[in-house]
Design a protein around this ligand. Sequence first.
Ligand code: THU
Length: 134
Amino acid sequence: MDDRVEELFTAARAVQAHAHAPYSGFAVGAAIRTASGRIFAGCNVENASFPEGICAEAAAIGSMVSAGETEIVEVLTIADGQQLTTCCGGCRQRIREFGGPNTPVHAAGPEGVRRTFTLGDLLPESFGPGHLAP
Ligand code: THU
């Protein structure tokens, strides 16, 4: 892992430890690097009313926007288990709002990055803010 990806990995792993996932038992951490170079992280926060839970990526994006940032340049998610865990469909669209087709999205396990995609790989021919431009 290069230093910049390692920084994202460390941030995502740190917040994964705080995931509130008592229902699924599936703890996820996400970290975003923005155009300014800052990193924002978030974990999944589940709820006894199941549909009200939020994904780690959504939490990280909320933190980013709350800080006044709107340009995602790189994303990393981490989850446990043997399978490759990629962002869910809803989170691909959430990243799309602030990223572009070339934005790297790293899928990590506890040992490090397993695969790197672009957002365009994960969400081809996507709908985005440009479609609503006047
Ligand atoms: N989850 C995420 O936080 N991000 C993803 O991209 C995949 C799924 C969470 C949602 C839920 O709390 C748990 O993983 C099981 O679906």
